[in-house]
Design a protein around this ligand. Structure first.
Ligand SMILES: [Zn+2]
Length: 96
């Protein structure tokens, strides 16, 4: 894996659109190149992963996707601890 896919803004007739590295159009058409470039930057950001607050310590970190809501330190810690240490309600609701 080589990280961020490439995108480029191309002129299409009177409009501009964002194309990915495979030459596929990945945006709508824009009348100004600036707007298409803004869209491109958004796509690059999304491809690189979102920055989200960690569900445990609230530190902002780069998430790999919707499934990834814990920062690395917390994830490591959560593997060392039983689930009820992180989510106290676990201990009450479930098994005897
Ligand atoms: Zn955390």
């Amino acid at each position: 894996m080589t990280g961020t896919p490439t995108y480029e803004v191309r002129r299409v007739g009177q409009s501009y659109a964002v194309f990915n590295g495979n030459g596929l159009r990945v945006s709508g058409f824009y009348h100004s190149e600036d707007r298409a470039t803004t869209r491109l930057e958004k796509l690059v950001q999304n491809a690189a992963g979102d920055v989200r607050p960690c569900i445990t310590c609230r530190v902002k970190f780069k998430s790999q996707g919707a499934h990834n809501r814990m920062c690395d330190p917390c994830r490591k810690r959560s593997m060392d601890l039983p689930p009820e240490a992180l989510f106290p309600s676990f201990a009450q609701g479930g098994a005897r």
